[in-house]
Design a protein around this ligand. Structure first.
Ligand SMILES: Cc1ncc(COP(=O)(O)O)c(C=O)c1O
Length: 402
C-alpha cells in the first residue's frame, strides 16, 4: 500500500509548534506527571455570561442557518461601530468581513493579496502561522529582525533596508505574540508610507488590542486608514477580548474591493463564520460597559501574573526577560543556559524542560528566534509560581547524564 501523494504545498507545510507543545504536555499529563502548562496561548477565563447568553439565545431562537458569507449585517455594523467608538474612524459594513477567527482573516488577506514570486516581510519574532500563511499564498516570507535590546520593536528603516523589488507586503502584529511589543506610532506611520510608495499592503493583526499594561494605549493602523485606505488590512477577533477562542469569531477591516475579494474567497472555503458565534459576538460588541468590565478584570489578573512571571524568570542567572508591553507572554532569552544544559537550541531546551520538570513552554524557533522560549501567563498565578520555581531549580542543577 502506497501512502497518498501529497501536493508540494501540503508536504512543505510545518505543523504549528504551539499545538505540538500542547499535545506533548497533554500526553505527559495523561501518564500521571504533574504538568505545569505555560505553553498555551489562550485565555484561561470563561467567556463572560452576557456573551454566552447571546449565543444560547441564538440557538433557542433558531438562528442556525447560513448567514451572508461576509457575516450578518448587524454584526458587521457592530464591528464598524467598535472602530468608530474606540478610534473615531468611520467605516461602513462594506469594509467589514466576519471570519472564523483572526487566523482566517489573515489567511484570507494573504490569499487575495500575494502570489508566487512575491515576498512578504515579517518582523521577527513573528506569530507562528504568518510564514506558513505567506507560503500557502505562493509567496515567500522575508524576515526583518527585531532585538531584545530595543524591546523587540519593529523599525521601519530595517524593513526598507531588507526589502527587495519583490516585496509586496508586510504583516505587522501589535501587541506582538510572542514578545508583547507594541509598535511605536512613528514607526507604524513610516511602514504604511513605505507600503504606499511601493504599491504594497500591510496586514495589521491587532488580536490583542485590549491587552496592554501600565496604561499604555493601543497603537492601531486603523487611524491611518483614512489617509491610506487601500494599503491596510486590519485583523481582529473576539477570541482574546471575550475569552472566546473556541467560538471562532474574528474579522477583517479593509477597502470594499479587498473585502469583496476576501468574501469571494471565503465563499468557496468555509462560507460564513458560525451563525451562533456571530450572535454571541453581536451581544458582546453591543455591550461596551460589560465588555470594559470583563476586560478590566482579565487585564488586572494578567498584570499580576506578568509581574510574578517576569520577575521570577529575570532573577534566574542566564535568563534575560523584559516586561512585555501587551498580550500575555514572557519571551525570555535563555541561550546563555544552552551550553550548561548541553542543548543545541530552543526546541531541545523545551523538550528537556518538559521531561525533567514537567513545565511546558514553546521554543522560540517556532517564532523565528532560537535564543528564546515563550512562557504564557494565561495560566493561574499558582501555576506560574510553581512553574518558575521549577525552572529556576532546573537551571541551577547540574546536567543529568543520560
Ligand atoms: C497574533 C495572533 N494572531 C491571530 C491569532 C489567532 O486568533 P483566532 O483564534 O481569533 O483565530 C492568534 C492566536 O493566538 C495570535 O496570537
Amino acid at each position: 500500500m502506497r501512502p497518498p501523494r501529497l501536493s508540494r504545498r501540503a508536504a512543505a507545510l510545518a505543523p504549528s509548534s504551539t499545538t505540538a507543545v500542547a499535545r506533548k504536555a497533554k500526553a505527559l499529563a495523561a501518564t500521571g506527571v504533574d504538568v505545569v502548562d505555560l505553553g498555551l496561548g489562550e485565555p484561561d477565563f470563561p467567556t463572560p455570561d452576557f456573551v454566552g447568553a447571546a449565543g444560547i439565545a441564538a440557538i433557542e431562537s433558531g438562528r442556525t442557518r447560513y448567514t451572508d458569507v461576509a457575516g450578518e449585517p448587524a454584526l458587521r455594523d457592530a464591528i464598524a461601530e467598535k472602530y468608530r467608538r474606540e478610534h473615531g474612524i468611520a467605516l461602513s459594513r462594506e469594509n467589514v468581513l466576519v471570519t472564523a477567527g483572526a487566523k482566517q482573516a489573515v489567511f484570507n488577506a494573504c490569499q487575495v493579496l500575494f502570489e508566487a514570486e512575491d515576498e512578504v516581510a515579517l518582523f521577527c519574532p513573528y506569530w507562528v502561522s504568518f510564514p506558513e500563511m505567506v507560503r500557502l499564498s505562493g509567496a515567500s516570507p522575508l524576515y526583518v529582525p527585531t532585538e531584545l535590546e530595543t524591546h523587540w520593536k519593529p523599525i521601519a528603516s530595517d524593513l526598507a533596508e531588507r526589502a527587495t523589488e519583490r516585496t509586496r507586503g508586510v504583516i505587522l502584529n501589535s501587541p506582538n505574540n510572542p514578545t508583547g511589543a507594541v509598535v511605536e506610532r512613528e514607526q507604524l506611520e513610516s511602514i504604511v508610507e513605505w507600503c504606499e510608495a511601493r504599491d504594497s499592503c500591510m496586514i495589521f493583526d491587532e488580536t490583542y488590542d485590549r491587552f496592554l499594561y501600565d496604561g499604555r494605549p493601543h497603537v492601531t493602523a486603523a487611524s491611518l486608514r483614512e489617509e491610506h485606505p487601500d494599503r491596510i488590512v486590519l485583523t481582529g477577533a473576539a477570541s482574546k477580548t471575550w475569552a472566546m477562542t473556541g467560538w471562532r469569531l474574528g474579522w477583517a477591516i479593509a477597502s470594499r474591493e479587498l473585502i469583496d475579494a476576501m468574501a469571494s474567497y471565503q465563499s468557496h472555503s468555509t462560507s460564513n463564520a458560525s451563525s451562533i458565534s456571530q450572535r454571541a459576538a453581536l451581544g458582546a460588541l453591543s455591550d461596551p460597559a460589560q465588555t470594559d468590565e470583563a476586560v478590566a478584570r482579565m487585564l488586572a489578573e494578567y498584570g499580576r501574573r506578568r509581574e510574578t512571571m517576569v520577575s521570577g524568570l529575570a532573577a534566574i542567572p542566564g535568563v534575560r526577560c523584559l516586561l512585555p508591553e501587551g498580550a500575555f507572554y514572557a519571551f525570555a532569552d535563555v541561550s546563555a543556559l544552552y551550553g550548561a544544559k548541553q542543548v543545541a537550541g530552543s526546541a531541545e531546551f523545551c523538550e528537556r524542560l518538559l521531561s525533567e520538570t514537567g513545565v511546558a513552554a514553546v521554543p522560540g524557533d517556532a517564532f523565528g528566534e532560537d535564543d528564546c522560549v515563550r512562557f504564557s501567563f494565561a495560566a493561574p498565578l499558582a501555576s506560574i509560581e510553581e512553574g518558575v520555581g521549577r525552572i529556576a531549580a532546573w537551571a541551577a542543577a547540574p546536567v543529568r547524564s543520560a
